[in-house]
Design a protein around this ligand. Structure first.
Ligand code: UN1
Length: 520
């Protein structure tokens, strides 16, 4: 049995009883703590690249912990990375797809083999608890494998078309676009970087990858895995940078053929607009935010509902685009539900996420912490904070899970994504009205429903406007999609293509179609 099969952790894993898993994770944390403060490069054209300046990556778990120093890349580095990717494209495109698959499968296996090291670093880099961090590493490897499977299942995406006679040989071929840019967010720095990068690569594109400035470390570990797996020089490039200049240079570059951006709605919409302002349209796979609702019917199992809501509102400190942020509970069961929900929330331990007893770690940085304080003030002024609403300790950015009730319907925070451990609750008594409300946001990513009534379940599935739906899911009312089990993609302002990751139609987005008619 491989290590990966033995310790398989997903986002639905409630707790791992395996002492060996905990021992290996603890060891990896201790190892890393003994190796703080080193300097890490960018990776361009198969070579390590150092910039004139570096920036310190400070752990959100401890404001005094400098995890390492990363390169403050410039526009020149971004341009060099695109030039390297452009030069490497013909060779990689013409490499048989079976070979590309073999190399990428090796990268997935390397990530699995490095599970504990990468998980430990990710816990400290993002503030993820151990199961969330190990889950992210596993998901990264599984997304790579999933994208490889897609290539194999579809025989490299070459299909025979109808032919006019036996002298006609007609087929449809999907071909890569060229240089593909991947810009990833801090919250799933493995999966949301390795997933799109591997899709682009397996399809035959070359990649320039820029991680969020809060998560250069995981980005570097991913770059190492691709390098060690044998991805040729220039095929996968890794650039880091402080401000907007590296990212903007990539988005504006005329030699970039396609882009995958995962992050906020505002930045995503800007990229979509500016990316299509060139000479011709270019594909832009954008996964943006969410303002995800859950509806709890009077026919719900309230234990399932309370657990599912708690896990989705507060897992990873609410910093998932899939997080639950609006909770609509039928008025007949609201009091009972709230009792259970508040009780479960009050049992959450907030603290150093590498400590096994803590389920919530810190929020990502000072600005997120300040946003939290601002939102909490606003909600306290206009409604009731029934739980939380305060800092827990100031060693890092630790804040309490927060439940707000009785906030007026027209308050802006019913519509604005907060990306923090704050959930707003409201009672309802009319199903049609609550559905209208649930859908009345710019987003359409995930949504949850709790009811034991089949007709109500069908009503929910038929009417809710979102790409990822869960009914009666105690392990997460709106969170925890896993490649191959839940396709993950947003509608409306949550996603640009209507196609989801970890699903049948994903890899095709990284290729363009050509029909070839050849007559003897
Ligand atoms: C995100 O929420 O930012 O379904 C991405 C989930 C995870 C994360 C998706 N697969 O919760």
């Amino acid at each position: 049995m491989t290590q990966e099969q033995k310790f398989k952790v997903t986002y639905s894993t409630l707790a791992s009883p395996d002492p060996e898993l905990h021992r290996l994770y603890d060891e990896a944390v201790a190892d890393f703590r003994a190796n703080l403060g080193k300097t890490y490069p960018m990776f361009i054209n198969g070579e390590e690249r150092f910039a004139a300046e570096t920036f310190a990556k400070v752990s959100p778990t401890d404001k005094n912990m400098v995890m390492g120093y990363f390169q403050k890349g410039t526009a020149k580095d971004a341009n060099d990375a695109v030039a390297a990717a452009k030069a490497a494209f013909p060779g990689w495109r013409d490499t048989p797809w079976q070979e590309r698959v073999a190399i990428l499968r090796r990268a997935a296996d390397l990530l699995s083999a490095r599970l504990f090291k990468m998980g430990a670093i990710m816990s400290l880099e993002v503030g993820k608890n151990r199961l969330e961090a190990l889950g992210d590493v596993e998901e990264t490897a599984d997304l790579i494998r999933y994208n490889c499977d897609a290539m194999e299942t579809n025989d490299g995406f070459t299909r025979t078309l109808k032919s006019e006679s036996d002298k006609h040989h007609n087929r449809s071929v999907l071909k890569p676009y060229g240089v593909w840019v991947v810009i990833s967010p801090f919250n799933f720095p493995g999966a949301l970087a390795g997933g799109p990068s591997s899709a682009a690569l397996v399809a035959g594109n070359t990649v320039v990858f820029k991680p969020a400035s809060d998560t250069p470390f995981t980005g570097w570990l991913l770059a190492e895995a691709f390098r060690d797996a044998g991805v040729p020089a220039g095929v996968f490039n890794f650039v880091t940078g402080g401000g907007r200049s590296v990212g903007q240079t990539l988005v504006d570059h005329p030699d970039v053929a396609g882009i995958t951006f995962t992050g906020s709605y505002d930045v995503g919409m800007d990229i979509i607009r500016s990316f299509s302002s060139g000479k011709y349209p270019r594909p832009c796979v954008a996964e943006m935010g969410g303002k995800n609702p859950t509806i709890v019917s009077n026919k719900a199992d309230l234990d399932k509902a309370a657990l599912g809501a708690m896990r989705s509102a507060f897992g990873l400190q609410g910093q998932k685009c899939s997080a639950l942020s609006r909770l609509y509970v039928h008025k007949d069961v609201k009091d009972d539900f709230m009792k259970k929900f508040v009780e479960l929330t009050s049992k959450i331990n907030v603290g150093d996420p590498t400590d096994k007893d803590n389920w919530m770690g810190p929020v990502i940085n000072k600005s997120a912490y300040e946003d939290y304080m601002g939102f909490v003030d606003d909600l306290r002024q206009h409604g009731d904070i029934v739980f939380g609403g305060k800092e827990v300790n100031d060693k890092g950015y630790y804040v309490a899970p927060t439940i707000a009730d009785n906030v007026p319907e027209d308050h802006r925070l019913w519509k604005q994504e907060m990306f923090l451990p704050i959930v707003m609750v409201e009672a309802f008594d009319d199903f049609d009205e609550v559905m209208k409300k649930a859908n009345d946001v710019e987003y359409g990513l995930t949504a949850g429903f709790f009811s034991e009534d089949e007709d109500e379940i069908q009503w929910f599935l038929d009417n809710i406007e979102a790409g990822v739906l869960y009914v009666n899911r105690a392990s997460g009312a709106t969170t925890g999609a896993w490649p191959g089990y839940q396709s993950f993609g947003g509608w409306k302002g949550s996603g640009s293509t209507g196609k989801a990751a970890g699903s049948f139609y994903y890899v095709q987005q990284y290729m363009k179609e050509q029909s070839q008619t050849v007559i003897d």
